[in-house]
Design a protein around this ligand. Structure first.
Ligand SMILES: Nc1ncnc2c1ncn2[C@@H]1O[C@H](COP(=O)(O)OP(=O)(O)OP(=O)(O)O)[C@@H](O)[C@H]1O
Length: 356
């Protein structure tokens, strides 16, 4: 089932929550909408499921505009961000609630509750009440309730927020398998770019109520179409510096790049991902730039090394399989291949042709 948002605008007083947002959601994809807090993710989802009306724009489901359709008639399952379970009802009753409301036959409801509970491994919880559940179990029940509907599109609004890392990882895997099992379209919102990269087949980057880039996840990661997309997607955060062109060279923070074709004096933004900032083995500072180590985060398999290079902050991510992380306050040799530097127009932020 195809889903297209066309020019969706939503204002709350002077706040523009969605600004002519346009996005084609690939059928049967796991599409993640990733954007910082307040970028409009929840608003878009509430409009999609019919809890709010847009001020302008269309939502085309298999080519038909559904903006005027009542929520119950939209074939869309929804896991809201702030789910509330009814405290005096059992898990089974909580899950069944939307179907009870829609007057589904009792045996059909029971069959669906059983099936979905089985998929999400919560069958043993069905007779319990919410106060007997852990936070993670409650979240699982909320997800199950959203997935109970017989729909081809499911919308999950930051469903793993607040869970501990292990539980999140497990639920991430389960949700991916679930999408395959249901062969449905999953539209999933998060402000955590690592979660987005882990989950997404397709990634839409949302900023200030607009989709600024979307596509296959690795393409978005490796070929950011604008500086903001590089800034928002990736962990640790990419290094970005304003700069300019002089004497045929782009100079931006500690980065240097041939200006090939760029106008002298023009403003440029240059960026590089931390994994492309390479550090020499300990003690080897020959033939490279020197930087001082200001902080080291040892993550086990890799380290995030924060550096000061001629007064510029620079982040490096290095694998640790054959080396130890550098010492705090030591001097290290830094190697940057200009081919790894991404260049963007200093005014529009759009990617400039010719870099990478
Ligand atoms: N009911 C409302 N009344 C007034 N302003 C609202 C309302 N709902 C959303 N907004 C505003 O719209 C903007 C987008 O909010 P939204 O909740 O959609 O963002 P979000 O990306 O989901 O954020 P988060 O990641 O924090 O959940 C924000 O500036 C928010 O304050």
């Amino acid at each position: 089932m195809s889903l297209q948002f066309q020019g969706i605008t939503k204002r709350y007083g002077k706040t523009v929550a969605l600004d002519a947002l346009t996005l084609d959601v690939a059928p049967q994809s796991f599409t993640v909408l990733c954007g910082p807090p307040q970028s409009g993710k929840s608003t878009l989802f509430r409009i999609l499921v019919g809890l709010e009306k847009p001020d302008a724009g269309q939502i085309l489901l298999s080519g038909r505009d559904i903006v005027g359709d009542p929520p119950a008639e939209r074939p869309i399952g929804y896991v809201p961000q702030n789910f509330a379970l009814y405290p005096h009802q059992t898990v089974a009753q909580n899950m069944a609630y939307p179907l009870t409301l829609a007057r589904f036959p009792k045996d059909e409801i029971a069959a669906r509750v059983d099936r979905t509970a089985g998929i999400l491994s919560i069958t043993h919880l069905l007779a319990k009440t919410p106060d007997q559940l852990s936070g993670g179990e409650k979240q699982r029940v909320a997800v199950a309730r959203g997935l109970l509907k017989d729909a081809q599109i499911f919308v999950l609004d930051d469903p793993l927020v607040g869970l501990d890392y292990k539980l999140r990882e497990r639920l991430m895997d389960e949700l991916k398998s679930l999408r395959e099992e249901l062969n449905a379209t999953f539209l999933y919102a998060t402000s955590d770019s690592l979660e987005a990269l882990t989950m997404a087949q397709r990634l839409a980057v949302l900023d200030q109520g607009r989709v600024i880039q979307d596509g296959e996840v690795t393409a978005v990661y490796h070929q950011p179409s604008q500086a903001r997309s590089l800034d928002l997607i990736g962990f640790p955060n990419a290094n970005l510096y304003p700069g300019s062109v002089a004497d045929g060279t782009v100079t931006a923070g500690p980065l240097r790049h041939p200006a090939a074709g760029l106008e002298e004096g023009s403003a440029v933004i240059a960026g590089i991902r931390p994994e492309h900032v390479r550090l020499n083995p300990e003690g080897d500072t020959a033939g490279t730039m020197q930087a001082r180590v200001t902080l080291v985060e040892n993550l086990g398999g890799e380290a995030v090394v924060y550096l000061d290079l001629d007064g510029h902050s620079l982040t490096s991510a290095i694998p640790l399989f054959d080396r130890a992380p550098p010492e705090f306050d030591s001097t290290v040799g830094v190697r940057i291949d200009p081919a790894d530097i991404l260049l963007f127009d200093g005014t529009s932020g759009q990617r400039l042709a010719g870099s990478r």
